[in-house]
Design a protein around this ligand. Structure first.
Ligand code: PGA
Length: 249
């Protein structure tokens, strides 16, 4: 089963709003498609207590590349495990653009996640300049290759991959299903070349960037799009559930 829908709350939420949102998700159940929410660190305990025993998994939006030590402000993979996380987003474009997550650091974070058996969701994607400059595939290949070169085929094979064109994130400008499918097929082709056809066939490749209930079904209908990484729409229970349902059908 390659299908998956993951909510990325980013830096949104509060105890009361979270309780309402998580309660609504829990009540609705899994909708026939694996799903998860990646919440801010301080709310992991709340996610654990409200989602435990439900069909919905939870996780974090980042982790340290270090296992333990004098790294003020950082959060390790082992700490995420203490809160029952299954997933951790790694290399989101906002981390890459605003917080110094280079390709090398992202690869180290993938390794750190795998070392404690967390499932990394590795984000890749090009900026508008890069797309217009015709280097979309080169950028995505470079981002994937950093993980392959550091951790080998095993590291890349263990990732859920999320293709998120930076120009489509939070802008309301979704990639067309054909644009997204073309990059997804390219990613699956790289996986086949580096990790083998079996790995390529079973790897979950999510699309992210302004996925809404209105466009989800068409995006998820593409051959190589296995679900979504959902930002804004994951903050509204009805929208997130509708997107999960679209992935299931
Ligand atoms: P968006 O964000 O759905 O709000 O565009 C997606 C993401 O950044 O993961």
């Amino acid at each position: 089963m390659r299908k998956l829908v993951v909510g990325n709350w980013k830096m949104h939420g509060g105890l009361d709003a979270n309780a309402a949102l998580l309660g609504a998700l829990r009540e609705a159940g899994g909708q026939g498609c694996p799903s998860a929410v990646c919440v801010p660190f301080p709310y992991l305990q709340q996610a654990k207590s409200l989602l435990e025993g439900s069909a919905i998994a939870w996780g974090a939006q980042d982790l340290s590349e270090h296992a333990v030590g004098a790294y003020t402000g950082e959060v390790s993979g082992a700490m995420l495990n203490d809160f029952g996380c299954r997933y951790v987003i790694v290399g989101h474009s906002e981390r890459r653009a605003l917080f110094g997550d280079t390709d090398g650091r992202v690869a180290a974070k993938v390794d750190a996640a795998l070392a404690v058996k967390l499932q990394p969701i590795l984000c890749v994607g090009e900026t508008l300049d890069e797309r217009e400059g015709g280097v979309t595939e080169a950028v995505v290949e470079r981002q994937l290759k950093a993980v392959f070169e550091r951790g080998g085929a095993a590291a890349l094979a263990a990732c859920v991959i999320a293709y998120e064109p930076v120009w489509a994130i939070g802008t309301g400008k979704t990639a067309t299903p054909a644009q997204a499918q073309a990059v997804h097929a390219f990613i699956r082709g790289r996986l086949a070349a580096w990790c083998g056809a079996d790995v390529a066939a079973r790897t979950t490749i999510l699309y992210g960037g302004s996925v809404k209930p209105q466009n989800a079904a068409e995006l998820f209908g593409q051959a190589d799009i296995d679900g979504g990484l959902i930002g804004g729409a994951s903050l509204v229970a009805g929208d997130f559930l509708a997107i999960v349902a679209a992935a299931a059908s």
